[in-house]
Design a protein around this ligand. Sequence first.
Ligand code: ADE
Length: 419
Amino acid sequence: MKYHVKDLDLAPAGRLRIEWAEREMPVLRQIRERFAMEKPLKGIRLSACLHVTTETANLARALQAGGADMVLVASNPLSTQDDVAAALIAYDEIPVYAIKGEDNITYYEHLHAALDHKPHMTMDDGADVVSTLHKDRREVLGNVIGGTEETTTGVIRLRAMAHDGALQYPIIAVNDAMTKHLFDNRYGTGQSTLDGIIRATNVLIAGKSVVVGGYGWCSRGIAMRAKGMGANVIVTEIDPLKALEAVMDGFRVMPMLEAAPIGDIFVTSTGDINVVDKQHFEVMKDGAIVCNSGHFNVELNLPALAEMATGEPRVIRPFVKQYFLPDGRVINILADGRLVNLGAAEGHPSAVMDMSFANQALSAEYMLAHADELEHTVYAVPEDIDQAIARLKLKAMGVEIDVLTEAQKKYLSSWTEGT
Ligand code: ADE
């Protein structure tokens, strides 16, 4: 078996952490048990490009139990958990190509290894496999039946491809399932981003001014959790509706240029470039902490910061790089501007990834069963899958809910009844 990981000796530690995560992933566990009996993915070569974490390991094991011939590669150079990568090879015989801190060349070599697998199905987090396949490896296209996409950024890229008529196979947008973005993006990103900032810096959040770039589902979670820890939260937005929502949620809203001299900590999660730009670095406080929790590191204009800085930046502690400006100010960049929650911490907790990855597994099964009926465009996760996952999660949490009575059903379907 070919693979490329840091150190196979890390496998026993990784295996224990995968087992720990599994305890928080009851929905995915049930899917794995059914997949093991029914083998819905039998004979399918599946190339997954995901963050290589304990949660992803549990997804990979579920897909393999379903009969998929898997290969897993990193979806970000900094998010890999090296012990998990080793454990998947040593105990599950799943080839993994992922090393924490890999450079861009290695990152793309790993993407190509995923395509060398000649997949029938792709599973992406950020759409790098789909984009590399369509740009540089079109000979692989003939085998592909369909794919799935995990994240907001990837779905935006894929919709742009579909809009241009470039997309050559159907994709299910896992991100857009309610049981994904309402929980993973909000509670997952909220908790794990604060976790990343705290692990990297150990600074006190209470009393700090935290500037959150964007007010989508991820940023809402970050703002909510920062506020919960006692920060004064400022939100920046370009969308009037989201800005209004942030105001009514109790946050101060202002342009980034106004927030830049006030903030102690900056976090972006917008999916766009240069959210923190040269003119913002120019007016930041000495010691400002700047990080990103969006999919790509382009949200911070780091090339501009490097140009403004004098001398070489210095790593003062793991995942904290200091840039020295000519006027004596220091700007601290966390995790090289990459996803701080996965770079400096462990990503979203398993209990939310349980639902995200249940969507992945069930969407892969659905895609295979319905590929013939699907066009080369981006599809939502079928509502019955979303509902089923919510019900399974509630059941696993021991939460029961009411059921509509016949009278209530009748009332809801009638337009004649008033007060
Ligand atoms: N994305 C965010 N958190 C994650 C995690 N724990 N595992 C895989 N992908 C993630």
